[in-house]
Each structure stands twice: as C-alpha cells, then as structure tokens.
Design a protein around this ligand. Structure first.
Ligand SMILES: [Zn+2]
Length: 346
C-alpha cells in the first residue's frame, strides 16, 4: 500500500515528509501500458477511429529512464502537496527539449495522484535528466498551484525554474531542480532525495522552517535571532546530511519505518498520522466537451467529416471519450437553445 508520512524533529525548526508509492505508482504505469499504442506515444489527443486504433493498443510502456523520471516527479508532487496547506492540485511539469517533450505529475489535496509523459523519438539507455529533457539547456520545470474552488478570473499560481544552475550548468537530478525552486520561491532550505523504478516511486523531503517574525525584531533581538539562526542552521545541516546519505536502493527497498529509524536514530522524530496516496484521474466527459468547444465549430466539423466522430483519450488514465456528430452539434448550441432530441440520441 502507498504511504506518506509527515514528521517534525522535536524542538528543532526542521520538518520532513517521506513517501513510498507502490500500488498508486504501478497503477499509473499499467494504465499507460494498457491504453497507449506502442507506435505513437506522442499522441495526446487521438482523433483516430476506435476501429483503427483498437489493434494498436497495448504495451505503450515508457522506456525505463522515463519511468524513473516520472516516478520521481510523482513522489515529489506528493511530498510538495503534503508540505503546503493548500486545497487544490499541485501540478509539477517539465517542458523538455529532448525526447521527453512534457512530463506531468499531479497531486490533489486528498493525495490522489496522476502522471503522464509525452515521448517523441529514441530515449537513450540510462538517460539522465539532461539527456531526457535538457539536451540544449532549454528545459524548464513549472510548479502550479491550482485552487480547488477558483473564483471567476482567478489564475492558478505558477513558478518556473530552468533545469540548470546559476552558472548555466545542467542539473543532473530532478531533486536539485526542486531544491533550487524551493529556495528561490519560498526561501526555504530543502533537501530532497528521490528514486523510482517500475515498482516503487519514493522520496524524502527535509526542510528548515522559517524563523517567525524575524523582520519585526529590534536590533538586540535581531542579533539574538541571528545567533539562534546559526544553531538552527547547524541542526538543519546535520539532519540534511543524514537525509542526503539515503541511497536509491534503501529508498526503494526499505519500508518507511526502517528508513526513518536508520537515518534519524539519534534524533527525536515526532510523526503525524500517515496518509494513503492513491491513483485517481480528474478527467470527465464535461471537461473533454469543454476542450472540443475550445477547438471551435469549424475544427470540430472537419474532424467529424474526416473521422466520423471525435475521439479523445485521456493520457493519464486511458479513458476514451467519443462524440459523434449529434453530440458535437449539441456542444456548440447554448443550453437555452437545445434542439429537440431526436429518437436516435440516448
Ligand atoms: Zn483520465
């Protein structure tokens, strides 16, 4: 079963979270393998007819390096969602300039997760982050917070970071990219360890808590706060070094209790009630209808003319949505102006 645990270090301004995705992660992979055609992994919106596509379905599995990247992204999205008080979706996206064009991992407030990637062309064996998404150093990583109940006109918050460091050196790991993001956007020192394979996606996050109200202090208080800060940093550094010593094999192979005990046996760790991440997709016929409306009537009609129906497959869960000529005509009719339902339509 997939698990996420949050914890604090007693008396120290350091917090953490650890996630181990098993069933939630393998569900994402198996849906991908079952629903995607092997020859055309690039298709995000499929307008092929069901008949034409049926014989090509199955074994659309991602290559191993893509599985690793997407697993790390999914674990990271769960950790980042757990780390903020936010009712909505946390969406982690990488826009790549290599064979992985887009990779997306989403974590909802209730820890339902989904993820997908669009791959075009050959993925080199053992490709790392630079070879997958940052070949010419133009890859970007976006973190979006999309509130659940957005009021009209409200835009989701989005932060974007490059996949290179301050001296434009390509970053080798997703964890480095996200640590950089946290430092830039939240001024929080963060240590992340991520790992994934075809069975487990896991991660550990350690973060230094901000000192509260530091800006409002008098000179004397501020110098005291600075001294405290030194101690605080030392505590954080010690714990961060312990966290960073966690190996990929340990993170993937050991249960959460064992990992925390091995790393922090000398620290007093206070643990919260664990959460149970699971796979769930937020797609719906209504959303697909909205997308088709977005194409415009002319575009929709030309697809209908060519294909006989509009078929849209969800890239996250594999669900197929079909709209025939009658369904489509109704989409472009305002609700107050519905045509009479003919006997042919259910
Ligand atoms: Zn879906």
């Amino acid at each position: 079963m997939s698990e996420l645990h949050k914890f604090l270090f007693d008396g120290l301004p350091v917090r953490g979270a650890i996630v181990r995705l098993t069933d939630a992660w393998t569900e994402i992979l198996s849906r991908r393998a079952a629903h995607q055609p092997p020859l055309d992994p690039a298709a995000t919106v499929s307008t092929a007819t069901a008949a034409a596509q049926a014989h090509r379905m199955g074994d659309g599995s991602w290559p191993d390096p893509v599985v690793e990247l997407l697993g790390e992204m999914t674990a990271a999205a769960a950790l980042m969602q757990a780390n903020i008080k936010f009712n909505g979706a946390l969406i982690l996206q990488i826009f790549g300039d290599g064979p992985v064009k887009v990779a997306v991992a989403e974590a909802q407030h209730d820890m339902s997760l989904r993820a997908t990637a669009k791959v075009v062309g050959e993925v080199p064996l053992q490709a790392g982050l630079p070879q997958l998404v940052n070949v010419s150093n133009k890859g970007r990583c976006a973190i979006t917070l999309d509130p659940k109940d957005r009021f009209p006109g409200q835009q989701p918050y989005q932060g974007v970071v490059p996949l290179h460091g301050d001296r434009r050196e390509k970053l080798g790991r997703l964890s480095e990219v996200l640590e950089h993001y946290m430092l830039q956007s939240e001024q929080l020192d963060t240590t992340l360890v991520l790992a994934a394979d075809g069975k487990v996606a896991a991660g550990l996050l350690i973060q230094r808590l901000p000192l509260e109200g530091a800006a409002n202090l008098t000179e004397q208080e501020r110098s005291q706060a600075n001294e405290d800060q030194i101690g605080v940093n030392e505590d954080y550094k010690r714990i961060a070094i312990l966290a960073a010593s966690l190996t990929r094999e340990e993170l993937l192979g050991l249960d959460i209790d064992t990992v925390l005990r091995r790393l922090f046996w000398e620290e007093k760790v206070l643990r919260f009630e664990p959460q149970t991440p699971r796979f769930a997709c937020t797609c719906s016929r209504e959303r697909v209808a909205g997308m088709i409306r977005g194409l415009g009537r002319d575009e929709a009609d030309s697809i209908l003319l060519e294909r006989g129906e509009i078929e849209v497959g969800c890239d996250f869960c594999g669900q197929q949505y079909r709209f025939d000529a009658v369904d489509t005509a109704r989409l472009f009719t305002s609700p107050g102006d519905q045509p009479p339902v003919t006997s042919a339509v259910q």
